[in-house]
Ligand binder design. Structure first.
Ligand code: NAP
Ligand code: G4F
Length: 327
């Protein structure tokens, strides 16, 4: 039985990855940090199948102990401060959690289980003000947020540990991926949740920022398969994972409202509060390398993804009190 340690297991990707690894017969260890109000919503259905280890990204001793206890064949480092908009008001926390903490995890592995295979959750946000369209593994980076800058550090320190210590360390440069388990503050989920509330008469409007930016949106369940595939190769490498399709935020809004038979123009209000100090205008990935070398394939397309998310939010709201997104 293979053993895997996942940081960020309570998040969107961590929950899908834990499911995938459990299905494959892995023993799954999940790092959880102490919070005043723990939230296991994403992993409630598999909570008793995960072996929980207490630890925090910022506490190297706890990470070394987590690696020692789990004695993993594979480590998936998914934990981070992952919300771009929060990285301007909290640039230092973002640097600690999204950048330096990657070195903490790499050090923990180097010290306690140096032959474990390591996956780092890098991001298309590193391409920022894009220097080429579409973006591939060798496209120069130009981050546009403290989050993007922090992810770039995490990416290069992963490459550096591979080259310095001969560790099996891979960096997955993943484009935006979504699901009904996405945090309510991210635009896809904010839209699908808002549409569901409006349809059910629980809300009257949906306040958004920039509708012109374009993203390459895929389904998180498809993307965690690519993470696993990267760690099954003979040699460690870095891969772009994307759909190769780009849509504006406005298109996302239109598809979501259309799904419930409403006209988005009657409900969407532009609110400057959600416009960012510096925007990533477009992201479009070309994942030919992953398709050819990993044999990775997409299963869920954009319209299906949005429809599934709206349906899940309609179901969730039926008979439940409304949660108001903070951002
Ligand atoms: P997410 O839902 O925000 O999950 C983040 C996870 O990190 C949560 O489990 C959170 O735990 C954990 N975490 C945060 N701070 C921690 C700390 N100090 N110690 C231990 N754990 C901590 O993110 P996601 O969408 O699943 O993304 C997973 C990773 O991929 C992130 O690194 C993200 O930056 C990266 N990424 C995401 C995308 C995307 O489109 N989703 C694209 C590219 C890269 P709590 O539950 O306690 O908060
Ligand atoms: O959903 P978002 O917050 O995602 P963003 O900034 O692209 O970041 C996500 O994808 C990255 C990969 O490229 C990950 F690394 C990162 O962790 C995260 O998962 O915003 C998408 C777009 C932006 O252009 C934003 O300005 O939607 C625009 N937007 C317009 N109105 C909004 C809103 N975004 C949010 N969150 N809320 C709005 O009201």
């Amino acid at each position: 039985m293979k053993r895997a340690l996942i940081t960020g297991v309570t998040g969107q990707d961590g929950s899908y990855l834990a499911e995938l690894l459990l299905e494959k017969g892995y023993q799954v260890f999940g790092l959880r940090r102490r919070t005043s109000t723990p939230n296991y919503e994403n992993v409630a259905h598999i909570q008793d199948k995960i072996e929980w280890i207490s630890g925090d990204l910022t506490d190297l001793a706890s990470l070394i102990e987590a690696v020692r206890i789990s004695n993993p064949d594979e480590v998936y480092n998914l934990a981070a401060q992952s919300f771009v908009a929060a990285s301007w008001p909290q640039p230092i926390a973002t640097g600690q959690l999204t950048a330096l903490a990657v070195t903490n995890m790499l050090e923990a592995v180097r010290i306690a289980k140096p032959d474990a295979r390591f996956y780092q959750a890098s991001s298309s946000e590193m391409f920022g003000k894009v220097q080429a369209i579409p973006q591939i593994e060798t496209t120069p980076f130009y981050p546009r947020s403290p989050y993007g800058v922090a992810k770039l550090y995490g990416h290069w320190i992963t490459v550096n540990y591979r080259e310095s210590f001969n560790m099996f360390a891979c960096s997955g440069i993943l484009f935006n991926h979504e699901s009904p388990r996405r945090g309510l503050e991210f635009v896809t989920r904010k839209v699908t949740d808002g549409v569901a509330q409006i349809k059910l008469g629980l809300a009257k409007e949906l306040r958004l920022g920039n509708l012109d930016s374009q993203r390459d949106w895929g389904f998180a369940g498809d993307y965690v398969k690519a993470m696993w595939l990267m760690l099954q190769q003979d040699t460690p490498d870095d891969f772009v994972i994307s759909t190769g399709e780009m849509h504006t935020v406005e298109e996302l809004v239109q598809v979501a409202f259309d799904h419930v038979g409403l006209n988005w123009r009657d409900y969407v209000v532009i609110d400057e509060k959600f416009v960012r100090p510096a925007e990533v205008d477009l992201l479009l990935g070309d994942c030919t390398k992953a398709k050819q070398e990993l044999g990775w394939e997409l299963e869920v397309g954009f319209k299906q993804l949005v429809a599934n998310m709206v349906d899940a939010d309609l179901k969730r709201h039926a008979g439940r009190p409304v949660e108001v997104p903070v951002y």
